[in-house]
Ligand binder design. Sequence first.
Ligand code: ACO
Length: 181
Amino acid sequence: SLRPSIYYRPINPTDLDRLEQIHRDIFPIKYESEFFQSAVNGIGIVSWAAVDRSRPDGHSDALIGFVTAKFVLAKDSEIDDLIRYDSLKEEETLIYILTLGVVETYRNHGIAMSLISEVIKYASGLSMCRGVYLHVIAHNNPAICLYKRLMFRCVRRLNGFYLIKRQHFDAFLFVYFLNGS
Ligand code: ACO
């Protein structure tokens, strides 16, 4: 088989159906259509897509992975106590990763690693950005290993954070500190 040649680009409106489909396939949580609209139109959401340029049949620009994130003011975030920031600088921010996914047949090729690296690279270039953080369900070993490998720090375990089919699950809170935090 052909060796995949993976390329990273922003998510755009042509990705809408595919983005929704992959979220439905791989997450146990239902996301509202408003979330997908905001993601593909870049309204309050920054995102990256992974595509396989070597894919035939006109699928060379179709999503095979994605990461979506949003800005949160450091002072309003749940980790304000962990961030060394200047309380007078109202505009200091954090980036919160909303969703990350890679379609099953493309896993274990380092694509998630590259997607998260894109987020960190982007955040590092913003002088007002103090870090990148996210929640992950406590039993998601692949994702937890990924964040640890990328030097995220696990700072909290949140009891019953997720409610899925009327059952509560704990979450870990991971942070990648930036710019002196
Ligand atoms: N078991 C253990 N560690 C794993 C696994 C696994 N199955 N998969 C990835 N990792 C870890 C490893 O440390 C790996 O590095 P290594 O292979 O050099 O040891 C590292 O992650 C990077 O692996 P990638 O190949 O970059 O990861 P991949 O592209 O396969 O995507 C992902 C990983 C996103 C977790 C994928 O399995 C997936 O889409 N899962 C379903 C959706 C999901 O769980 N998303 C994350 C939820 S958290 C959130 O969205 C904020």
